[in-house]
Each structure stands twice: as structure tokens, then as C-alpha cells.
Design a protein around this ligand. Structure first.
Ligand SMILES: Nc1nc2c(ncn2[C@@H]2O[C@H](COP(=O)(O)OP(=O)(O)OP(=O)(O)O)[C@@H](O)[C@H]2O)c(=O)[nH]1
Length: 422
């Protein structure tokens, strides 16, 4: 009896002919506006105007007991306005030959929400089906693709196998690091969005230039599962637009002789990378390179041969380092490579590989064949260092040591170099 009163839904016990024997307050509240004469003594009579078939359903139910109807939606005339039920849900169970139990619930809001959800779903599907050059990708909290849809297939050519993989699956392997992929998620958390432009690969290996915008989903439940959708990635093919912006970028940030980044481009990229490494610590290494005896090449064969040597060296750098590394000519015959997410031993190993590649090179210009060597200094960034200038000073001291030790070698910065002039 107490249960009947405390139940969070409307409960009505009635006889087989609908006569009400027990009713709780919620039922009375829901049924009273339907009653013609203000009496609530019969369930079928109360529902006569809005659900006349309930009486028929019950009369035709011949089994000794069982469920007569389950969650039947009854639209109410004039309902749905503020605080007035618009849709009732009715379930009736026959308990025995003499007793029916009816459960009544106001489901107006729930039905409205379901409708809105279905509407949003339909709009989203229409959008996904019609956008040609956008891929809309939902990512989980770790940046893994949460669901596949047609727009992903259209823009990237990838199928459902991308589900569960990091969104970096759309990027060529050497253009990113796991830390960088995470950085963009953290940036989106902090600023509300993050934007990254760069090369992407379709499933068939063809490259395209893309802008990738990541936004965190609003009102995310902090207790949500790791695999729940947490971010939206909009990947857009901007290959056409890129040509214009790239020529501007080249003019400002590229070295005209070699095509690698210039000093300005290097400092711009380095400050960004060191900022990221400060916010979420990871190793960063700097390698400085200086060609050996370029003056002698110039003096012996002419400046144009020296230029060809510089160009060949820049190409060797591009061939050896990853696309995610920042390769730059700082000026004259000095080059720098900033290596994100790389330790000093790893950076030294790549620098050694570069020196080996250079020693196998012969530059041929106007019948002149020149070989050359290069010296390198490598240092690691750490949070105690002020910035790129301090890091450059360390790598510079190591480079000086390489020159002093006879050139054509890689030297790593060590604490005993502190205090020596760079
Ligand atoms: N061809 C050419 N030469 C350049 C360019 N920029 C700087 N140089 C030359 O690079 C040479 C650098 O000379 P040094 O600093 O004495 O160095 P080095 O002869 O390479 O000898 P070490 O560095 O001590 O091994 C100078 O002759 C510069 O003129 C350039 O853009 N093109």
C-alpha cells in the first residue's frame, strides 16, 4: 500500500470492467484532467476520449493473466504546453480474472527529446552524406577514431579499419609524433579548438594538403569511458588553397638558395616546439651542422660550386631527417635541425647517418667534381634552459669541439663544455 503511494509512476488497480479499486496520487493527477465529470471511478471511462481502444484491448484479452499493453503512447488533446502532459505512456497487466494493474507515466519530455535526437541524427546524416571535401571524425579521449562514416571514406579513402586507431593514421609516418598528436588534443582542451595544417595521406598513399580542426565535445562527462566520443575532428582537403598560402610561406620562412627553412622560420618553429615541450615534457634535441672548408671550395672552384655544395647538403638533410624535424639554414654554411621527441643518442645516431651519406656524395658542376665533409654538434633541451638561444649555445659549443677535434665528426654537448666560449 505504501509502495503504491511512494511509487515514482502512476499506478492504478482496477477490476476487469475498469472499475478503479486503488489509485495513487500520480495516477490521479494524470487522469483527473481527462475525466468528463470529475470522477475517477473507472479507468476505461477516464481514458474514453483519448484511448477508447483500451477498453476493447482489455475485454479481448482472454488469457488468465499477462501483459495487455506495454508502454502504449496516448497523445492528450491540448497537452504538451508548459507543465501539461502531452503524451502518456500506459502499460496494463492482467493480474488475474478480477484484477488489472495499470502503470501510467508522463513521457512528454522523453518523446520530445527522442524526436529531437532523431531529427539531429537525420540532419547530421544528411550533412555527412552531402559534404564532399570535409571528413567529420569523432575521436575518443585518447584521440582514437571512435566511429567510421561516409565522409571519412570520401575524403581519406579509409574504411572501417581506422576505428580505434589514432587520428594520426591520416598523417604520413614521419610528419608527426605521438606527443604531437596528444598536444593538439590538449591545445583543444585549453583553447576550445586546435588547428593544424599539413600533409595527409589517403588510404591508397596519395598525399593531400589538409587543415585539421579539433574541438572538444561540449558538456563532456569527466567520468565518461575513455572510448566515449570526446572530440570532433574536421579534416578538410585544402590542396587548392594551399598553393597560394605556400608561396607566401616560402617567401617568408624559406631559404632562397636551399629551400629549407630560413633563420626566421627556424626560430618560429623552435619556439612553438619548446613551448609544447614545456607544457608536456618530452625530449627535444638540436643538431647544428657546419660545412668543413667551404671557403677552400669557393676559392678553388668559384662561388657557384660552393652554392651547389650547400644545395646538395640541404638535400641530404631533407633525405635523412623526418618531416616532423625542423631543418633550417641559419646562415652561410651553418645549418640546424630541431628534433622533437628525440633524445641526444637518437639525434647523434641520425647525425652520424647524415655524415656517412655526405661522405658518399660527389657534387658535379660544370665538369668539376667536389666531395665535402661536415661537422656536427648535438645538445638536448631541458626545462632549465631559457629557450632556443641557450640550446643553440650548447650545440654550438659541441660543434666547436667537433671542428677542434679535426672536423667530419659528431660531438655531443657535455657539462665540461660549460664556460667555454661558443
Ligand atoms: N658559395 C657560398 N659560400 C658561402 C655562402 N655563405 C657563406 N659562404 C662561405 O663559406 C665560407 C665560410 O668560411 P669559414 O668560416 O672560414 O669556414 P670554412 O672554410 O667552411 O672552414 P671551417 O668551417 O673552419 O671548416 C666563406 O668563404 C663564405 O664566403 C653561400 O651562400 N654560398
Amino acid at each position: 500500500m505504501q509502495f503504491l503511494y511512494l511509487a515514482p509512476v502512476g499506478l492504478v488497480q482496477a477490476r476487469g470492467d475498469g472499475e478503479i479499486t486503488l489509485i495513487n496520487p500520480i495516477s490521479a493527477q494524470l487522469l483527473m484532467p481527462l475525466s468528463r465529470d470529475g470522477c475517477l471511478d473507472n479507468l476505461f471511462t477516464a481514458l474514453q476520449d483519448v484511448a477508447p481502444d483500451v477498453r476493447v484491448l482489455c475485454e479481448e484479452f482472454t488469457a488468465p493473466r499477462g501483459r495487455i499493453c506495454d508502454g502504449m503512447h496516448i497523445p492528450l488533446h491540448g497537452g504538451g504546453r508548459r507543465n501539461v502532459p502531452g503524451i502518456l505512456s500506459l502499460s496494463i497487466v492482467k493480474l488475474d480474472a478480477q484484477r488489472l494493474m495499470a502503470v501510467l507515466q508522463d513521457v512528454t519530455l522523453q518523446v520530445q527529446r527522442d524526436r529531437q535526437l532523431r531529427q539531429s541524427d537525420a540532419w547530421l546524416n544528411a550533412l555527412l552524406a552531402s559534404v564532399a571535401d570535409y571528413a567529420l571524425v569523432s575521436l575518443d579521449s585518447e584521440g582514437r577514431v571512435e566511429q567510421w562514416n561516409g565522409s571519412i571514406g570520401r575524403v581519406t579513402g579509409h574504411g572501417e579499419t581506422v576505428v580505434g586507431q589514432s587520428y594520426a593514421v591520416f598523417e604520413p609516418g614521419d610528419t608527426t609524433t605521438p606527443e604531437h598528436a596528444r598536444d593538439l588534443l590538449r591545445e583543444a582542451d585549453a583553447n576550445g579548438w586546435s588547428l593544424d595544417e599539413g600533409l595527409r595521406l589517403r588510404a591508397d598513399g596519395t598525399p593531400f594538403w589538409a587543415s585539421a580542426m579539433i574541438t572538444p565535445l561540449p558538456e563532456r562527462d569527466p567520468a565518461a569511458a575513455e572510448t566515449d566520443p570526446a572530440y570532433c575532428l574536421v579534416l578538410r582537403d585544402i590542396t587548392d588553397r594551399r598553393d597560394a598560402s605556400e608561396s607566401w610561406r616560402q617567401a617568408v620562412f624559406a631559404d632562397h638558395l636551399t629551400g629549407v627553412a630560413n633563420r626566421r622560420g627556424f626560430y618560429h618553429a623552435a619556439e612553438l616546439e619548446l613551448g609544447r615541450a614545456t607544457r608536456s615534457p618530452r625530449p627535444v634535441a638540436l643538431a647544428l651542422f657546419d660545412l668543413d672548408h667551404l671557403k677552400a671550395v669557393n676559392d678553388t672552384h668559384g662561388l657557384h660550386v660552393g652554392d651547389a655544395v650547400l644545395r646538395a647538403f640541404a638535400q641530404a638533410l631533407r633525405d635523412t631527417f623526418r618531416a616532423v624535424d625542423v631543418v633550417a639554414r641559419l646562415g652561410g654554411e651553418e645549418f640546424a635541425v630541431l628534433l622533437p621527441s628525440t633524445s641526444v643518442p637518437q639525434a647523434c645516431a641520425v647525425a652520424q647517418r647524415l655524415l656517412a651519406a655526405v661522405s658518399a656524395l660527389t657534387v658535379k658542376v660544370d665538369g668539376v667534381a667536389v666531395t665535402f665533409t661536415v661537422s656536427a654538434g648535438v645538445a638536448a633541451w631541458d626545462a632549465q634552459l631559457g629557450g632556443i638561444d641557450d640550446l643553440q649555445q650548447r650545440a654550438g659549443r659541441a660543434l666547436q669541439a667537433a671542428k677542434a677535434q679535426g672536423r667530419d665528426r659528431v660531438v655531443c654537448w657535455s657539462t665540461d663544455m660549460i664556460g667555454t666560449a661558443a
